[in-house]
Ligand binder design. Structure first.
Ligand code: GLU
Length: 418
């Protein structure tokens, strides 16, 4: 549904005078945030909803980070900062990125390549808007996070979904990307660990993709926001593979690993001219990210010991929840077994003849079982749904149990084949 049709469908239709501009006429609102908003509204109306829709850690931000922010307010972190972020934070980000980088990547990564933004979402948008435009095609491994497709559309570029094989956890290979390329291909967006599948690309897979991109002269945007939520150790960064950074933009942030979603701090690491252009773009849109939040992020990235303990605890808890969910799901609803992030992507094609089986399943699950998930169409894989396990373990287990019950129920209601 485009924005125009979704407006028309709401009770509060826009006034006749409002015709959305061509900039947004084909834009769809974020399906992930819409699922979260729906669950919140139903809860506010008194329904006991188990919300497995939103991809948001339910943990509190660690206390050492909150304390640093409180101190920063009293120390005067209340004014504009440099658009690209305060230097100590950009230096801390550059230092961490240098630790992740291949030894041969020269020159060593510097703070000038870092632009801090209002969440990694803004960095991703700034990168798409800065690098791509009309006529450009950008490959998006699919299923992929809903906002990539929209950000490319807003940049007037064409998102080209490249579907990975189910047997490969939907990961795409360099050969599959190569086959999808045309003379108009300008870049690709890679996301590992992946939202919505939780699949993790290994060093060999990333190297092959980077090699193809560099041969073809493509830009690579690597969204690494879930890199620290990975069950076999931190997932490899493209910085660990790249020998040059001249066509690479790495995006990360504190939201997921540090349970800091509401603080809105993300960043991009980009070649100097791209970083300058992204900063200029941001200077017209939001200016600097919140000054207090930048100080909180600085504490997160520089107080290494408490940070490691906090992340370690949260990742362990996510692992427990994933395992608990699979106690119910195992062999009952086909799924990608996630190695990172906090999502389980489930195949519900067997229990629906609907054109959009994932949406039909999600609607039934919410209506009859009070569980919110996100339909796979948000990630361009309509026969699937995504459940988040960033929720208390009892809710994850009960939610998984109800997903299986709904699946069984819907499968049983299908007309039997002769
Ligand atoms: N990225 C998370 C998700 O996929 C948070 C919501 C959003 O910004 O999309 O659920």
């Amino acid at each position: 549904m485009t924005l125009l049709t979704s407006f028309a469908a709401t009770a509060e239709a826009p006034s006749a005078a409002f015709v959305p501009s061509p900039n947004i006429a084909n834009m769809r609102e974020s399906a992930t945030l819409a699922a979260a908003a729906r669950a919140r509204a139903l809860r506010a109306a008194g329904r006991q909803i188990i919300d497995l829709g939103a991809g948001e850690p339910d943990f509190d931000t660690p206390s050492f980070i909150r304390a640093a922010a409180q101190r920063a307010i009293d120390a005067g972190a209340t004014r504009y900062t440099a658009t690209e972020g305060v230097l100590p934070l950009r230096e801390a980000i550059a230092a961490r990125a240098r630790r992740d980088s291949t030894a041969s990547a020269a020159p060593p990564l510097a703070a000038g390549e870092v632009v801090v933004s209002t969440g990694s979402k803004q960095s991703l948008f700034n990168a798409c808007f800065t690098l791509f435009g009309p006529g450009d095609e950008v490959l998006v491994p699919t299923p992929g996070w809903t906002s990539y497709y929209e950000m490319l559309g807003l940049s007037r570029a064409t998102a080209v979904p490249v579907h990975g094989r189910k047997t490969n956890g939907f990961k795409v290979t360099a050969a599959e990307l190569d086959r999808a390329a045309t003379s108009r291909t300008r870049g690709l967006i890679i996301n590992s660990p992946c939202n919505p599948t939780g699949a993790v690309y290994d060093i060999e897979e990333l190297s092959a993709i980077l090699e193809l991109a560099s041969r073809a002269g493509w830009w690579v945007i690597s969204d690494e926001i879930y890199r620290h939520i990975c069950y076999a150790g931190v997932a490899p960064s493209l910085l660990a593979v790249a020998h040059a950074r001249d066509r690479l933009v790495v995006v990360d942030g504190v939201a997921k690993a540090y349970a800091m979603t509401g603080w809105r701090i993300g960043w991009a690491i980009a070649p100097l001219p791209v970083a300058a252009a992204m900063t200029a773009l941001q200077s017209h849109v939001t200016s600097n990210a919140s000054a207090v939040s930048q100080q909180a992020a600085l504490a997160a990235l520089t107080m290494l010991e408490p940070a490691e303990v906090a992340i370690g605890r949260m990742v362990e808890e996510f692992r427990r929840r994933r395992n608990a969910a699979f106690v119910h799901l195992h062999d009952r609803v086909p799924a990608v077994y996630p190695e990172g992030a906090f999502y389980i992507f489930l195949d519900v094609s067997a229990c629906s003849t609907d054109d959009d089986p994932g949406a039909a399943f999600a609607a039934h699950l919410l209506e009859h079982h009070d569980v919110a998930v996100v339909p796979g169409s948000a990630f361009l894989e309509p026969a699937w749904v995504r459940m988040s396990y960033a929720a208390p373990i009892e809710q994850v287990m009960e939610g998984a149990r109800r997903i299986v019950a709904a699946h069984d129920e819907l499968c049983a209601s299908l007309p039997r084949h002769a």
